[in-house]
Design a protein around this ligand. Sequence first.
Ligand SMILES: [Fe+2]
Length: 185
Amino acid sequence: MSRLSIFPDQATDTGQTAAPLVVSDDAALIHQELMQRGIGFEQWAAPIDLAGDADEASILRAYADDVAQVKQRHGFITVDAIRMTPDHPDRVSLRSTFLCEHTHAEDEVRFFVEGQGLFSLHLKNEVLVVLCERGDLIHVPAGTRHWFDMGANPGFCALRFFNNAAGWVADFTDDPIADRFPRLE
Ligand SMILES: [Fe+2]
């Protein structure tokens, strides 16, 4: 089940992460809290069980109608599918890359069609930790500080939309803030 936790971004006097101000798995409340902060969050149907050996082209074909809708709505020009499994050869390096706080020059839009992943959004004086599950469509505006955890045993597939041909390009903030916040267990 999708879940939102909202933390103060500042550590306590003893250097600990402060207790969350909000924890909810109510989809309507998650949508509302995120929308108030300029973050898009919708729950779509993601009814297709992907074959274990499904390649990227077949995943994108399976969700062609959704892909077309998101592209049209936001003017994205490219889309890819990232799929991680517990035995993926690059799982350790990719996990540590995505766990570093970063921003993008373009909006980050992800449609989860399998499994789950943990987005953390650093807005002003808050960190919003969003557990995204299959069917969740999240839209993070350009320039938003954030990081992502796929966990030590990753299991997810997300469609990623881009408006530049280079795909995923990040500016890292070099702030180790992610070290203080919950990871995907
Ligand atoms: Fe990102």
